[in-house]
Each structure stands twice: as structure tokens, then as C-alpha cells.
Design a binder for this molecule. Structure first.
Ligand SMILES: Nc1ncnc2c1ncn2[C@@H]1O[C@H](COP(=O)(O)OP(=O)(O)OP(=O)(O)O)[C@@H](O)[C@H]1O
Ligand SMILES: [Mg+2]
Length: 257
């Protein structure tokens, strides 16, 4: 049996009086290590809030989020950082005054000394290695010819790929991607799809939120469907596509198996 890397145990998160995640009973599901989980559901279903709970950005009002055996409500920030979680945001975030390459280098290391010396060009041997690694992940996401560009010159789709590169350079054990294909053209989408399949084959745990089900359901091995913050269904992509509840609430008939 593979162990569960993530356990959501009766999690409830409210904003004001409104329950964004969990309804009355709380949201529960477990993600075994090495899973490629697709997290889907209508707008406002609670997907991004769930990501914020899994990354420790938000604390649940009740219930527990346990990542690699660590209850995130009780953990301190460095302990959460040491768990090896990478995430991208629904709206890409980047340091607009830095080059594409420096954005990845800054993402790779959170010790102030290295950031300072990296940005100001005082390279040490390990920083040279970091620079090479950053260039390699940028090549992997299709941005090899943009390394020296200012981030402000990137298209929306390229910015999303930069976000992915900034996470890959940190070798995350678990990677959360929030709508990675939004605004990304078909050729970069195909590249992203191959990268995710490779990361999955390497044994990493992936959780990907997508409205592009054609993209996601071909590559995920497991799917959680949220509606109104609650678990509507969980299963393999084929099971989800055939689930009447999911078809009615979200998929519509064109996705039915
Ligand atoms: N910071 C916040 N303050 C107040 N309400 C919030 C906040 N963040 C999310 N919500 C609300 O919580 C609910 C779930 O939002 P969430 O962003 O998690 O949905 P989502 O499934 O990611 O939707 P989308 O597909 O549109 O990105 C929504 O009703 C949203 O308006
Ligand atoms: Mg969202």
C-alpha cells in the first residue's frame, strides 16, 4: 500500500459566514504519494481555497490538513517549507523588474544571502550551478530563448510556464498547479502535458486544478470533483466522465464517456 502524502480530514474553511470549503461535514480526501490528482469543479467550488489550505497559506476553521505526516495548523513556516511543496497561483506572480532567468534563480533559494548575490551578480560556484539549473528548467518549459528577457515582455502563457519553471527548479516532492493552461497556446500546452507526465513518472505527487478537462483527464490518474466546497465525486478519469452526478453538475453531456 502506498502511504498517503496528503490527508484532508473534515476540513471546513469559511470566509465571513460563507462556507468556501467543507460545507457542514467538512471536506475529506486522501492523496497517496505519487498520485497525479486532477481537482475540478465549477467556478467558486473551492479549488483555489483548497490549494491555499494545502500549502498552509490558510488555516482551516476546523478539521486538519496533514501533509507528509505534518498537521499544517500546528506547523511553523520553516517546517512547512521543508516539506518540499511547490505551487503556482491562478494569477501568475513574478518579479517584474528581474529577468526571466533571475526570476527562476530567486525562486530556487530562499536564503537572503544567495538571492542578493545572485541578483547582483556575485556568483559563487554553487550559484553557477543554480544558474545552470535555472537555465535547464527554462529550456524544459520552452523558454530557452527568453532567459535574458525582462519578465514584462512575456506573454500570459509564457508567464505561466515561468511559474512552472520557478517551482521545478526547487525539485518539489508535491506540486500544486492552479489552472496552468489558462492563456497558454496549444504548443506550450503540449509541452506542459509532457512535463507533467514526466514528473508523475519520476514519482512526484501532482495536484492540478483545471477547467481544461480535455488536457487534464488525459494525464491525471485520479480526480476529485468539488461542488460548493464539498466532495461531489472521486475516481479515475473514466469513472468521473461516466458519473451522472458529475455530468449533471459540471461536465455536461459532451464529456460523458
Ligand atoms: N479571500 C476570500 N475572501 C472571501 N471569500 C473568498 C475568498 N477566497 C475565496 N472566496 C470565496 O470562496 C469560494 C471558493 O472560492 P475559490 O476561489 O476557492 O473557488 P475556485 O473553485 O478556485 O473557483 P474558480 O474556478 O473560479 O477559480 C467562492 O465563493 C469565493 O468567492
Ligand atoms: Mg480558483
Amino acid at each position: 500500500m502506498t502511504r498517503d502524502l496528503l490527508v484532508m480530514d473534515r476540513v471546513i474553511k469559511r470566509f465571513g459566514g460563507l462556507k468556501a470549503v467543507g460545507g457542514d461535514a467538512g471536506l475529506s480526501f486522501a492523496v497517496p504519494e505519487g498520485t497525479f490528482l486532477g481537482l475540478i469543479g465549477p467556478n467558486g467550488a473551492g479549488k483555489s481555497t483548497t490549494f491555499n489550505l494545502i500549502s498552509g497559506v490558510l488555516k482551516p476553521d476546523s478539521g486538519a490538513v496533514v501533509l507528509d505526516g505534518v498537521d499544517l495548523s500546528r506547523a511553523r513556516a520553516p517546517q512547512i517549507a521543508a516539506l518540499g511543496l511547490g505551487r503556482t497561483f491562478q494569477t501568475p506572480r513574478a518579479f517584474s523588474s528581474l529577468s526571466v532567468l533571475d526570476n527562476v534563480i530567486v525562486g530556487a533559494d530562499n536564503s537572503g544571502e544567495t538571492i542578493g548575490s545572485a541578483v547582483f551578480g556575485r556568483w559563487r560556484a554553487d550559484e553557477r550551478a543554480l544558474r545552470d539549473k535555472a537555465a535547464a528548467v527554462l529550456a524544459r518549459v520552452g523558454l530557452a530563448d527568453r532567459v535574458a528577457d525582462c519578465v514584462g515582455n512575456l506573454s500570459g502563457g509564457e508567464l505561466r510556464m515561468l511559474e512552472v519553471a520557478r517551482q521545478l527548479v526547487r525539485d518539489p516532492k508535491i506540486l500544486l498547479l492552479d489552472e496552468p493552461t489558462a492563456g497558454v497556446d496549444p504548443s506550450l500546452q503540449a509541452k506542459l502535458s509532457r512535463i507533467l507526465v514526466d514528473l508523475h513518472a519520476e514519482g512526484r505527487t501532482l495536484i492540478v486544478v483545471e477547467h481544461n478537462l480535455h488536457f487534464l483527464l488525459q494525464i491525471a490518474d485520479s480526480v476529485v470533483v468539488l461542488q460548493n466546497g464539498q466532495l461531489l465525486s472521486k475516481g479515475t478519469p473514466s469513472e468521473i466522465k461516466a458519473d451522472e452526478k458529475v455530468i449533471t453538475a459540471y461536465l455536461g453531456t459532451e464529456h460523458a464517456a
